[in-house]
Structure formats: structure tokens, C-alpha cells
Write a protein that binds this ligand. Structure first.
Ligand SMILES: *[C@@H]1O[C@H](CO)[C@@H](O)[C@H](O)[C@H]1NC(C)=O
Ligand SMILES: *[C@@H]1O[C@H](CO)[C@@H](O)[C@H](O)[C@H]1NC(C)=O
Ligand SMILES: *[C@@H]1O[C@H](CO)[C@@H](O)[C@H](O)[C@H]1NC(C)=O
Ligand SMILES: *[C@@H]1O[C@H](CO)[C@@H](O)[C@H](O)[C@H]1NC(C)=O
Ligand SMILES: *[C@@H]1O[C@H](CO)[C@@H](O)[C@H](O)[C@H]1NC(C)=O
Ligand SMILES: *[C@@H]1O[C@H](CO)[C@@H](O)[C@H](O)[C@H]1NC(C)=O
Ligand SMILES: *[C@@H]1O[C@H](CO)[C@@H](O)[C@H](O)[C@H]1NC(C)=O
Ligand SMILES: *[C@@H]1O[C@H](CO)[C@@H](O)[C@H](O)[C@H]1NC(C)=O
Ligand SMILES: *[C@@H]1O[C@H](CO)[C@@H](O)[C@H](O)[C@H]1NC(C)=O
Ligand SMILES: *[C@@H]1O[C@H](CO)[C@@H](O)[C@H](O)[C@H]1NC(C)=O
Length: 772
């Protein structure tokens, strides 16, 4: 049941006509009804529409494959579309003439490594244009279940690749800029999220923040995400798991939210009134629709016996505030649930109003008159601009992990011979990662390098990513011996990490590591190790190995990934990306259970904590790591050395035993405590390059009883810097939001004491004085 929907085995339902699947109000059956009148406010139109439906018609609208209502001139609508990094295969999307392909951008984990919020926004805009082109051609709906903004909590998670990484601030910014791009359009880096305008009524396409909440494990240690009950503290929920969702809704103004498969502290997310209604609707002011993950409703009854009847499962999710069932469970059991008095028709009306409001905001009830985007045709897909943007995203994200002796970039030399080795040396589909569509055109690493010199040969060394035997080693070794340089492309693919599959090891699969070592032993010139993966890999063996001069992490770099890799290797793009997640050693996977949801370390159990904010163990590479082909220095750092808060931040709590004074923040008076951090950044090397500034806050020692993060990213900025020049870098710091810490009760507090700001190798003390 579950697996069926889960792996997209559903046949695609053909569109009714050109002008898009699901457009109503196009004929005489409906066009005279008030719900088709574009001059009326959307809520009035929705009320009119809901008032015309009988109960069985209503129920058939709150499932993902919504039926048509011929008597009202309303066609069926398939809600399930995906567009994580380009329009992707999904039940509502069909790649076929006249739109056989779509631009495939790098997997999100790499795009995020660019720390370039206008890039994220531009990618989403490009995706929305291609989505509308497909819709206009009858090849797609307009409700996309992207982005995936769960925190990349454990390095083994098979879907970590789909996410913006492990940091709540970075994930929050990604969510907001991506959603705005998909639903609206232009928001560049200069647009501070806090000043983003309120949502417009008309949506280009609809974006959906998923999976709410604490969903970050597929199938591990004898359980899976369907059966897993995530034990999460209120503190971790408030300062780690939930912030990206809050931002996705409040700053991004997303029109959709997906509740997850798992339970959180005993309650399935889709049946949690506190989460869906109190937090999301009432506290965050969400006005869109809440959809279940696919078959997450059936799961309550059929898989985990959370309810004893099917009707109770229906009642639980509708009463909690869920609006749309991906699957058919509500279609089958809602009428009986109402008959048995377990849930009211009013709950169905609420859900129906929420889903119809989104369809209406998408222009699906505007007939032919309101089709703002009607003119977008198949020629808007796979344009030169979009493919160029995909290439730029890969280049901007690629992280230079190691470069001893400045071996990279290679000099331009037509006569240079290069051996491209490794199972991903000529990768195509592997470059896309999870949730992909049909790309416009691949450029593999082998092909990318051939653009630079004719003497390039390819030897895979392994049959596939599993690399179960060494029979192909000899040919690879021979190729290395006979070439001026070696580029070895190793890593993972969907056989190692994907939806439904977590890793158990952080090492390279099979004999891949042996291949790298064998080849580097005999190579006569430089050896460049290129790691293609979503999740981090323990590459300790390469870090200290002087035969391997350079290491690049290229994520899953998208359709033009091979060209991006070659351009970085030859210095046509100077790498500036930074890791959006911690690279843990293999020991982490051996000692830490993926089922332990805690972020904070526990000394009594030896649990080392998770992510750069809390992890106390050794790193292979840390969050934010990334080298350059040039050098940067910060000077003239300026920030206040003290801040005094006087009666501005709500009630003072009693002095605690540890002497720490903690003030709960009510956010009145916070403006007065805002300040600027200014510094100058000089490019002291010989190459022009982008540079990413990461500003962290380090909490005061006096806050130790709150087990605060070791440090917290509070702002970031990517800039282009000409060699030999310097530029100003400026950050706005909101004392309450950025220096506030979350206590055990989940409340954000300010702490009296010395905070530190850290930027590059500068550390600056800032004293916070709290007066009552
Ligand atoms: C609702 O209307 C449909 C026609 O769209 C009809 O087939 C069905 O019998 C009606 N159901 C009820 C409960 O009246
Ligand atoms: C969607 O529902 C229609 C009937 O309304 C049916 O013909 C079609 O097969 C269904 N599609 C899927 C994917 O279940
Ligand atoms: C659910 O209940 C049924 C019947 O009561 C039982 O056979 C089944 O084992 C239970 N499943 C789980 C996961 O507890
Ligand atoms: C590299 O991949 C391309 C695209 O799949 C393919 O056409 C070509 O034959 C491959 N080359 C080698 C040497 O395997
Ligand atoms: C490789 O080895 C793994 C485990 O050792 C095994 O599950 C898999 O089937 C093997 N694959 C091939 C292609 O031989
Ligand atoms: C640490 O683990 C122990 C044993 O599981 C538990 O009793 C204790 O509450 C944990 N401490 C924290 C701070 O989570
Ligand atoms: C950056 O500076 C360090 C120390 O001065 C030097 O060793 C290194 O080669 C420089 N890197 C580049 C890319 O110029
Ligand atoms: C940086 O500070 C120095 C003095 O320490 C001053 O001479 C210089 O003008 C300042 N540079 C900028 C760009 O403000
Ligand atoms: C607080 O900072 C201001 C300037 O930022 C400085 O003039 C003042 O002396 C400082 N006060 C204390 C008590 O450090
Ligand atoms: C951010 O990305 C966009 C799109 O590729 C690019 O035009 C812009 O220059 C980038 N910003 C920086 C500072 O690199």
C-alpha cells in the first residue's frame, strides 16, 4: 500500500486540454458561477464553491488525485508534483513532447554550499518558469512538494542530500529564498528577509515545506521512518528542528506544508494538533494547505495501530488540522467517520477551503481570462540561461577541501595528459541525485576535462559505485602511470543513499579507497581526488596523504556537473563553496545511533552531540570549511563592545544558582538592541575570486546551564573580490534573535555575560548587560 505510492508507481493521468491540467471555469457549465468571477475576493469565491458541493464531492477534493466535478465544470487535479532541484518525475509530471526534459540543477546540498541566497532564488524562479511551461503543455500541475528543509541531523541519512544542511539559520534562509522564487519571483541577496513583503494573492506555482517535523531517518537499526517515534526535546525542537519551517512559512510565505511519516514524542506529525494548528496556523499565521506525506494517514491505522479504526485515523488528522491526504485513505473512510460522529462536516469544509484557496490563488479558477502566464511555452524550458544557471550553481557550490602546494588550478596546457579514473569519472545520472527529472543534456567529468586538453583517457577502476572487486584496478593503474595528472572521481550514488536508504558506514563503498591509494602510489604527476556524494565521507586517508595533493567535494553537481568540475580544476572558476554539514569520522557511525535524536552531547552516555553547534568529537572536515585559490584577510573589524538592555526584554527571571541571569525575550524593544558589524576583507592573493564570510556568535560561559551551541552561525555573505583589492563586509545583528539562546522549556532568552563574535580568525568580545 504504502510502498506503492512511495515509489511513484502511479500511472500519470493525462491532461484534459491545453491551457493546463486542472483549469476550471473555461466553459459554460461554470463560468457564470461567482467562484469563477475573478473580480471577487478569493475567500468569497472559495465560500461559493464549497457551498455548491455535496459531501461526496467535497471528500473527493481532499485527496491528492482530486476528482473532477463535471456538473460544476471542474476538472480533476493531481496535486503531487516534485521540483527539488528542477521539475522532477512525479505522478503529476510527465516528461514527453513537447517538453521531454527540464533543467536539472545540482542537488540542494551543493547549491547551498554556495551561501548565495540570490542564486537559490534565481534557481527557484527558473524552475517555476519551466514548471509553468510544462503545465501549459498539459504535462504538469502547479503544486510542487519542494523544498525539503529537514535538518541534516545525521550524516547517514539517505535524504540529507536533498536538504540545505545541518544549520538552522542556513536552512531557514534557503527555505525563504527558494519559496519566494518558486511562488513569486525576484528577491536578490540585497533583500533582507525581514523586509520581504507579505504574500501576493496570485501564486506562480505553489511551494510546499516538508517534512514537518523531526523527519531525518529512512530505514536503520531495525526500524523505518513509518514506524519511528522520534524522541525530541522541546529545546531541540525550538532551536534546531523547527526554525527552517517557521522561516519557510513566515519569511517565505509558502502556500503548502507537508506533515511527516514519523511520530514525535508519541504523536504522528499528521495527527498533532499542537504542531499543525497551534504552532503552524495560530502562532506562525500559516494560510496555505497542509498535506500528509504519501499514505501517512493510512499508516496510522494500517501500519502502526495508532488508532483502532480507520475512521479514528480520519478524525485524528482532520481534527489536528491536516487538509489534504496524499493517497486515498480519506476518500475511502471520511464519509463513515462523519456518519459515526467522529468528525464533523465542518472539519471537511475547513480542509476543502484551504485546498481550494490554493488552487484559486494559482489561477486554476480564472478561466482563460486570468492566465497571466499563458504565453510561457516549451521554448522556456532548457534555455541557455537556465542551463548556464545550473552550471553556475555547481561552480559556486564546489568545495576545495585540500590543496597542498597550490597544485590546483592546473595551468592551461593543450599537451597535458590526464587520466580520469573512478566509478563516477564519466557519471551522468549519478550527478543528479534524488528526485530528478529528465535533464536537458549531461556533461560528464570526463567530457568536461576533454574541453581543456586532448590527452584525456577514462578508466573507471570499479564496475560501479559498490566497487566489489579489484579486477579493473590494473587498467586504471596503467592509465595513471602514463599520464601527467590524475583526476579520480569517487563517492556515492542512489545505491548508497536515497529515499528509503540510509548508509551504515561513512567510508567510501567497497574497494574505492584502495583504488585511490593504488593509483596515487604510481601516479607520476598530481592526483586530484573528486568526491561526488550528498552525505559526507570519511576521507581521512586522503587528508594526510602527500601523494593526493587536492580534494574537491562536488555534491551531486547536476546536469552540467562535469563542466563545473573541469572549470574549477583549470581555474576558470575559482572555488569558494563551504561545507554545509560536518564531515564526521567513521567512528561516529560506529558509536552513535541514528535513532538518537539529541543534538546536545551527553557526558554520562558518551554521546558526542551532533552538528558543528554541539558535536564535541573530532572532525574530518568541519562545517564552513572550504579553501580558495587565493587568500583573504579581514581588517578593521568593528562592532560594539557592550550592549545594555534595560527593561526592554520582558520579565527578568530570578537569578539562577549558577549566577546566570536569563531574560526571556518577548521581542518588544529588540530594535533598540540591533547593531552592525563591519569589517574589510582583502584579497591578498593573485586571483579574483568569490569569498564567503561567515559570522558566528559564541555564547557566554555563564550560559552553560542551558547547554547552548558551541557557536552559532548568525549571518553570511558571499562577495566577489578582485585580486589585491579590499571590500567592506557588513552584517546586521539582531541581538534578540541572533544572540538569544533556547532554554530547556523551549523559550528564547538573553543571557547576561560576554558573548563573542567570530569572523575568520577575528574574535570580538561583546558584553551584554541586562538591567531590570
Ligand atoms: C453528489 O453529487 C454527485 C454529482 O456530482 C452525485 O453523483 C452524488 O450522488 C451526490 N452525492 C450526494 C451524497 O448527494
Ligand atoms: C485519478 O483519478 C481518476 C478518476 O478521477 C482515475 O481515472 C485515475 O486513474 C486516477 N489516477 C491515479 C494516479 O490514481
Ligand atoms: C495491529 O493490530 C493488528 C490486529 O489488532 C495486529 O495483528 C498487528 O500486529 C498490529 N500491528 C502492529 C504494528 O502493532
Ligand atoms: C562517457 O559517457 C558518455 C555519456 O553517457 C558516453 O557516451 C561515452 O561513451 C562514455 N565514455 C566512456 C569512455 O565510457
Ligand atoms: C556487492 O557486495 C554487496 C555486499 O557485499 C552485495 O550486497 C552486492 O550484491 C554486491 N554487488 C555486486 C554487483 O556484486
Ligand atoms: C544523559 O543520558 C542519561 C542516560 O540516558 C539520561 O538519564 C540523562 O537525562 C541525559 N542527560 C541529558 C542532559 O540529556
Ligand atoms: C595563502 O597564504 C599562505 C600563508 O601565507 C600560503 O602558504 C599559501 O600559499 C597562500 N595561498 C594561496 C592560494 O595563495
Ligand atoms: C583601517 O584602519 C586603519 C588604522 O588601523 C586605517 O588607517 C585605515 O584607513 C582603515 N581602513 C578602512 C578601509 O577603513
Ligand atoms: C560601551 O561601548 C561604548 C562604545 O561602543 C564605549 O564608549 C563604552 O565605554 C563602553 N562601556 C563599557 C562599560 O565598557
Ligand atoms: C550569486 O549567484 C548569482 C547567479 O549565479 C550570480 O549572478 C551572483 O554573482 C552570485 N553572487 C556572488 C556574490 O557570487
Amino acid at each position: 500500500m504504502l510502498a506503492l505510492l512511495f515509489f511513484f508507481s502511479i500511472a500519470w493521468a493525462p491532461a484534459e486540454s491545453r491551457g493546463g491540467a486542472g483549469a476550471a471555469c473555461t466553459d459554460s457549465r461554470s463560468s457564470s458561477f461567482p467562484f469563477c468571477d475573478v473580480s471577487l475576493p478569493v475567500p468569497d469565491r472559495v465560500a461559493d464553491l464549497v457551498g455548491r458541493m455535496n459531501l461526496s464531492e467535497k471528500i473527493a477534493q481532499i485527496v491528492s488525485n482530486a476528482s473532477g466535478i463535471p456538473r460544476l465544470g471542474i476538472p480533476g487535479y493531481q496535486w503531487w508534483e516534485e521540483a527539488l532541484h528542477g521539475v522532477a518525475e512525479s505522478p503529476g509530471v510527465k516528461f514527453a513532447a513537447p517538453v521531454p526534459s527540464a533543467t536539472s540543477f545540482p542537488q540542494v546540498i551543493l547549491t547551498v554550499a554556495s551561501f548565495n541566497s540570490s542564486l537559490w532564488n534565481k534557481i527557484a524562479q527558473a524552475i517555476s518558469i519551466e514548471a509553468i511551461a510544462m503545465y501549459n503543455a498539459g504535462r504538469s500541475g502547479l503544486t510542487f512538494w519542494s523544498p525539503n528543509i529537514n535538518i541534516f541531523r545525521d550524516p547517514r541519512w539517505g535524504r540529507g542530500q536533498e536538504t540545505p544542511g545541518e544549520d538552522p539559520l542556513l536552512s531557514s534562509k534557503y527555505a525563504a529564498y527558494f519559496v519566494r522564487g518558486l511562488q513569486e519571483g525576484d528577491y536578490d541577496e540585497g533583500t533582507a528577509i525581514s523586509t520581504m513583503q507579505r504574500r501576493p494573492t496570485r501564486l506562480k506555482v505553489s511551494s510546499c515545506c516538508k517534512h514537518f517535523t523531526a523527519y531525518d531517518m529512512e530505514k536503520s537499526e531495525g526500524t523505518d521512518c513509518f514506524h519511528f517515534n522520534a524522541q525530541v526535546t522541546v529545546q531541540d525542537l525550538q532551536d534546531t528542528f523547527d526554525p527552517p519551517f517557521r522561516s519557510c512559512i513566515v519569511d517565505g510565505q509558502a502556500s503548502g506544508l507537508m506533515c511527516s511519516y514519523n511520530r514525535v514524542n508519541g504523536v504522528p506529525s499528521c495527527a498533532d494538533y499542537t504542531f499543525l494548528t497551534e504552532t503552524v496556523r495560530n502562532s506562525w499565521g500559516f494560510e496555505g494547505y497542509i498535506v500528509s506525506d504519501c499514505d501517512a494517514v493510512a499508516l496510522l491505522y494500517e501500519y502502526i495501530n495508532y488508532t483502532t479504526t480507520a475512521e479514528d485515523a480520519v478524525a485524528d488528522v482532520l481534527s489536528a488540522g491536516m487538509d489534504l491526504n496524499c493517497g486515498t485513505f480519506l476518500l475511502r473512510h471520511t464519509a463513515a467517520a462523519i456518519e459515526q460522529g467522529k468528525v464533523t462536516e465542518a472539519a471537511v469544509d475547513r480542509a476543502l477551503s484551504n485546498v481550494m484557496t490554493v488552487r484559486m490563488r494559482l489561477g486554476l479558477f480564472d478561466g482563460n481570462s486570468g492566465e497571466t502566464y499563458n504565453s510561457i511555452g516549451p521554448d522556456a524550458v532548457c534555455t541557455r540561461e537556465h542551463r548556464q544557471l545550473s552550471l553556475e550553481a555547481a561552480e559556486q557550490g564546489i568545495v576545495l577541501l585540500k590543496n597542498s602546494g597550490n597544485v590546483l588550478p592546473f595551468p592551461r596546457n593543450d599537451l597535458m595528459t590526464i587520466a580520469v579514473i573512478g566509478p563516477s569519472g564519466n557519471a551522468t545520472e549519478t550527478m543528479l541525485g534524488n528526485y530528478a527529472g529528465v535533464p536537458c543534456q549531461y556533461i560528464t567529468p570526463f567530457q568536461g576535462l576533454q574541453e581543456y586538453t586532448k590527452g584525456v583517457v577514462f578508466e573507471p577502476g570499479c564496475k560501479d559505485i559498490m566497487c566489489n572487486d579489484t579486477t579493473l584496478f590494473l587498467a586504471a593503474v596503467r592509465a595513471a602511470e602514463n599520464s601527467d595528472a590524475v583526476v579520480i572521481v569517487v563517492g556515492l550514488d542512489k545505491d548508497q543513499e536515497r529515499e528509503g536508504l540510509d548508509r551504515t558506514s561513512l567510508l567510501l563503498p567497497g574497494y574505492q579507497q584502495d583504488l585511490v591509494l593504488e593509483v596515487s602510489k604510481v601516479a607520476k604527476g598530481p592526483v586530484i581526488l573528486v568526491v561526488m556524494s550528498g552525505g559526507p565521507i570519511d576521507v581521512t586517508f586522503a587528508k594526510g596523504n602527500c601523494k593526493i595533493s587536492s580534494v574537491l567535494w562536488v555534491g551531486y553537481p547536476g546536469e552540467a556537473g562535469g563542466k563545473a568540475i573541469a572549470r574549477v580544476i583549470f581555474g576558470d572558476h575559482n572555488p569558494a563553496g563551504r561545507l554545509p554539514m560536518t564531515w564526521y569520522p567513521q567512528a561516529f557511525a560506529e558509536h552513535v545511533s541514528i535513532l538518537n535524536m539529541h543534538l546536545r552531547p551527553n557526558t554520562s552516555t558518551g554521546f558526542p552531540g551532533r552538528t558543528y553547534r554541539f558535536y564535541t568529537g573530532e572532525n574530518v572536515y568541519e562545517f564552513g570549511h572550504g579553501l580558495s585559490y587565493t587568500n583573504f584577510t579581514y581588517t578593521n573589524f568593528s562592532a560594539p563592545s557592550n550592549i545594555t538592555a534595560r527593561n526592554t526584554v520582558a520579565i527578568r527571571t530570578p537569578l539562577r544558582e549558577d549566577g546566570a541571569r536569563h531574560f526571556p525575550i518577548d521581542y518588544t524593544g529588540c530594535e533598540a538592541l540591533a547593531f552592525k558589524v563591519v569589517a574589510y576583507i582583502s584579497n591578498t592573493g593573485t586571483r579574483d575570486s568569490d569569498h564567503i564570510s561567515l559570522l558566528y556568535a559564541i555564547p557566554p560561559a555563564a550560559s552553560s546551564s542551558l547547554s547552548p551551541p558551541r557557536k552559532q552561525l548568525i549571518s553570511f555573505k558571499r562577495q566577489h573580490l578582485i585580486a589585491g583589492r579590499c571590500a567592506k563586509v557588513e552584517f546586521d545583528v539582531d541581538t534578540c534573535k541572533d544572540l538569544g539562546l533556547t532554554n530547556e522549556a523551549g523559550t528564547k532568552v538573553l543571557v547576561h555575560g560576554d558573548y563573542k563574535l567570530s569572523l575568520g580568525d577575528i574574535e570580538h568580545v561583546i558584553s551584554l548587560t541586562l538591567l531590570s
